[in-house]
Design a binder for this molecule. Structure first.
Ligand SMILES: C[S@@+](CC[C@H](N)C(=O)[O-])C[C@H]1O[C@@H](n2cnc3c(N)ncnc32)[C@H](O)[C@@H]1O
Length: 240
């Protein structure tokens, strides 16, 4: 499973960069997440681990807000794009850091990509200093004005390895958590752009090759028009 996720992101750099350039969605998520983390811990900005840093969109946000930020990702090709902070190729199920190393651990749109998030959450608890704070953002999905999933109308399911509820439950096992939902107005074109990212199109067609799945996803979404709502769950926890 991890090899598949790594391979999916290794071929997603260009489409990911294009989506972010046109929507700014991931930097917005990172900014909002960091604000929720800072609201619960005065010292979060000492040293932050950006867990699942990708191309460095979230890293840049955290680096601007903290004294030191470390970017960790399993995908070498995504990580290669990180320009500012120290980069570590690694898996957040086995963090290559000593206990009590970080004041904050942030999973911006990344913790839903492992089959069992409780392993990564235990690792986050281990590397956090006393009083440290963890944050995660996980996708809920896209809905119509009537709050109906766009995929229900397309007769298809969109699945991550792990849903937002499981991410929240894993964090609840180790931390005292607060959660909420962020809602963004989005367009049919942006939804197609999101699914032009091979790693994201894998939610719909996991077994196809990167090119085939993007083609099929964009085709499936071709009938959408107008505006929709994109929903993300945020979860922030402080050590109990
Ligand atoms: C949707 S991207 C988000 C990137 C970045 N946080 C942002 O906001 O733009 C998710 C990232 O998580 C990484 N990832 C997934 N599973 C991982 C794991 N087990 N360990 C480390 N990184 C992982 C992927 O390689 C990918 O770069």
């Amino acid at each position: 499973m991890k090899d598949v996720v790594r391979a999916n992101f290794d071929v997603s750099v260009d489409a990911y960069t294009d989506y972010e350039r046109r929507t700014g969605r991931f930097s917005t998520l990172a900014r909002l997440l960091f604000a929720e983390m800072a609201a619960r811990s005065g010292s979060v900005s000492d040293i932050v681990l950006d867990a699942g840093a990708g191309t460095g969109t979230s890293t840049r946000v955290f680096a601007a807000e903290s004294d030191r930020t470390v970017a960790l990702d399993i995908s070498r090709e995504m990580l290669r794009e990180v320009d500012a902070s120290p980069r570590v190729e690694g898996d957040f199920d086995h963090l290559p850091f000593a206990a009590n190393s970080f004041s904050g651990v942030a999973f911006t749109a990344s913790l839903f990509l492992v089959p069992d998030p409780s392993v990564a959450v235990r690792e986050a608890a281990r590397v956090l200093r006393p009083g440290g704070v963890v944050g995660a953002v996980a996708p809920i999905g896209w809905v119509t004005d009537e709050q109906r999933s766009i995929f229900a109308d397309l007769d298809r399911q969109s699945r991550s390895p792990t849903g937002a509820d499981e991410v929240e439950a894993a964090l609840e096992g180790e931390f005292d958590v607060t959660t909420g939902t962020w809602r963004f107005a989005t367009t049919a074109e942006e939804i197609r752009l999101f699914h032009a990212i091979p790693a994201m199109a894998a939610r719909l067609y996991p077994k196809l090759t990167a090119e085939e799945r993007v083609e099929k996803a964009v085709d499936l979404l071709g009938s959408l028009e107008g505006t929709y709502e994109q929903q993300w769950r945020w979860i922030v926890g402080v050590a109990e």
